[in-house]
Design a protein around this ligand. Structure first.
Ligand SMILES: *Cc1c(COP(=O)(O)O)cnc(C)c1O
Length: 428
């Protein structure tokens, strides 16, 4: 049996202690009616089979109890968001007092920049990356304007070197040092959405703190993908969404982390809402704000119970799988297996712009078609037609993300098989 054979993939699946979790998810069907090779968990994670039950429970409680469901039983809606805190804290390496499920990613980014971007006449710059997700770019730019500064002067942009795709650690650290006394905030992704690069979050945090700047991370592509230790790294704040690797469903509830040393700091500027008020006095309806002593004090509104119920179903799966450590171990094996098959079967017809070193990547591979005259978008269409769910990112990258919770080694083998066939077809 060659390592290239489907038998090898089947043997890897048979030896995989996490293989059974695949059955806990619905995998959409492809054009042939069979389950797709679903490699877009970086875009919308698959739905846990248990999610419908969790959501239905809340619909039933609503039907049976009405408004009383806010107060009754273990699933009472008033403290419902607390059910998500511990599992989320485990996934991002935070303490429960530092983590809250609320709003959506961009909203949380704004709320936390209100607190952690506090520009002065001399220290007013925000460092971002040149390929930042548009929403992050817009949020940062508008915060700079909102605070009376000009993005032309206050926005510092980190770029890859000429002819390189990813950011170099030394360049980032040098840029932080260069703008040191003027730098108010470093706002970077944990995992870059386009290239899949994992940034050295711990070193960036230390470098930013060395020059007196604060650090926030966007973990949209990091949460549930790579191990995180936000508390130990000393990160000031972080935000994420739950519909990618956390399988929380479309528009699912976002998350936020605020480091313990800031959580009780009443001098921080903050936008307030009634859900940040201590719950024991909230319904006295007074107008003197007395914040909850945790990251929950950043909450504004009463939370969306139905989408939180769906996310709970997924977080339970993460916990039963043993958390990020075993998942990352499987993911590394899958990354290496996909690298191996791409090198052997596809060769130089495709290049990966994702860093090669395991420490600098999660499960996403960002692939660029290198065949002269071949349109990458046609390749993407060919893959979709053959039952591979993957995505096309302008201008020329196909992203595939084998997710260890529900993608098998056989998925990876079949993907490379289909890719080879599609490349043959489009070059004919
Ligand atoms: C997915 C993603 C978002 C999405 O923001 P929403 O507010 O959840 O719509 C933002 N930033 C990054 C880096 C993302 O990958």
């Amino acid at each position: 049996m060659s390592r290239l054979d489907a038998d090898t993939a089947a043997a890897l699946d048979a030896a995989d202690p996490l293989a059974g979790f695949r059955d806990e998810f619905h995998i959409p069907a492809g054009p042939d009616g069979l389950p797709q090779i679903y490699l877009v968990g970086n875009s919308l994670g698959a739905v846990p089979r248990a999610a419908a039950g969790y959501v239905n429970t809340e619909l039933e409680r609503w039907a049976r109890l009405g408004a009383a469901a806010h107060f009754e039983g273990e699933l009472a809606w008033l403290p419902y968001h607390e059910l998500l805190t511990d599992p989320l804290a485990r996934l991002v390496g935070g303490r429960p007092s530092e983590v809250v499920a609320m709003n959506s990613l961009t909203v949380n980014l704004h709320l936390l920049m209100v607190s952690f971007y506090d520009p002065t006449a001399t220290r007013h710059k925000i460092l971002i990356e040149d390929h930042a997700f548009p929403s992050d770019h817009f949020a940062v730019e508008s915060q700079i304007r909102q605070r009376g500064h000009d993005p032309a002067e206050s926005l510092v942009v980190a770029r890859p070197r000429a002819d390189e795709e990813t950011l170099q650690r030394d360049d980032l650290l040098a840029l932080i040092a260069e703008h040191g006394p003027e730098l108010a905030l470093v706002m970077l992704p944990g995992v870059q959405y386009y290239t899949g690069q994992v940034l050295p979050m711990e070193e960036i945090t230390a470098a930013a703190h060395d020059v007196g700047a604060r650090v926030g991370f966007d973990l949209a592509h990091a949460a549930g993908n790579v191990p995180l230790a936000l508390h130990d790294w000393g990160v000031d704040f972080a935000v994420w969404c739950s519909y990618k690797y956390l399988n929380g469903g479309p528009g699912g509830v976002g998350g936020a982390f605020v480091h313990e040393r800031h959580v009780g700091d009443r001098s921080l500027p903050k936008f307030l809402g009634w859900w940040g008020q201590r719950p024991d006095i909230r319904f006295e309806m007074g107008t003197v704000f007395d914040p909850i002593g945790t990251a929950e004090s950043w909450q504004l509104s009463n939370p969306p119970i139905l989408v939180m119920a769906a996310l709970r179903a997924s977080l339970d799966v993460f916990d039963r799988a043993g958390g990020m450590e075993p998942l990352r171990a499987k993911s590394q094996q899958q990354i290496e297996y996909l690298d191996f098959l791409l090198a052997e079967v596809i060769g130089d017809r495709v290049e990966s712009i994702t860093p090669a070193a395991l420490a600098e990547r999660g499960c996403q591979h960002s692939l660029r078609i290198l065949m002269p005259g071949v349109d990458g978008q046609a390749v993407h269409q060919g893959l979709e037609d053959a039952g591979v769910a993957c995505d096309w990112r302008y201008p020329d990258v196909i992203r595939v993300a084998p997710v260890p919770l529900y993608n098998s080694f056989t998925d990876i083998h079949r993907f490379v098989d289909v890719l080879a066939r599609v490349l043959d077809e489009v070059s004919r």
